[in-house]
Ligand binder design. Structure first.
Ligand SMILES: Cc1cc2nc3c(=O)[nH]c(=O)nc-3n(C[C@H](O)[C@H](O)[C@H](O)COP(=O)(O)O)c2cc1C
Length: 151
């Protein structure tokens, strides 16, 4: 039996958005509960960050599933300024154990990530991230102390 079959059209999609409503802990939990059930059916994994009214999300899975899910999420009225940053093929998933890992990191935390200090030291939030910085953020959450903050 092949334990980890190669997934043929595996992609990740990274986007940022701005909440249109205040998200308190309860609202995030309810969003995550629904997302995790759906994602497990779609075989989509990933992570979601929320700070100061802005989201950063990585969705990974089969291209078609990820694109359909992204379309659905973009129409969600709870956020706007949904900006797709990257959709690209990947060899393997970075968050295979997470149907949607979540971290409510603060700007103070984010300043500690190498290469992002200058960015988060100003008033900027996720919605101002470009592709290069998004990849730095993703790399940080792939490993070590940052990965450990995912819940
Ligand atoms: C920032 C944000 C991230 C979301 N992430 C996901 C997700 O990863 N998976 C998902 O199914 N829904 C996600 N949703 C919720 C969807 O937009 C939608 O409400 C949810 O899939 C429920 O759809 P249903 O009523 O068809 O089950 C997200 C919503 C927001 C605002």
């Amino acid at each position: 039996m092949i334990e980890n079959p190669v997934e043929v059209d595996l992609v990740h999609c990274i986007y940022t958005s701005a909440g249109t409503v205040e998200f308190d802990k309860e609202q995030i939990v309810s969003l995550l509960d629904a997302a995790r059930i759906n994602n497990s059916t779609l075989n989509v994994t990933g992570m979601l960050l929320y700070d100061d009214g802005a989201f950063f999300q990585v969705l990974e899975g089969d291209r078609e599933m990820v694109e359909k899910l992204f379309e659905k999420i973009s129409k969600d009225k709870r956020h706007d300024r949904v900006t797709k940053i990257i959709v690209e093929a990947i060899e393997e998933r970075d968050f295979s154990e997470w149907t949607m890992g979540y971290s409510g990191v603060s700007k103070e935390d984010l300043k500690k990530i190498t290469g992002l200090n200058d960015f988060f030291s100003t008033k900027k939030c996720f919605t101002d991230l470009d592709e290069g910085r998004s990849k730095k953020l993703l790399s940080a959450f792939k490993e070590g102390q940052w990965r450990a903050t995912l819940r």
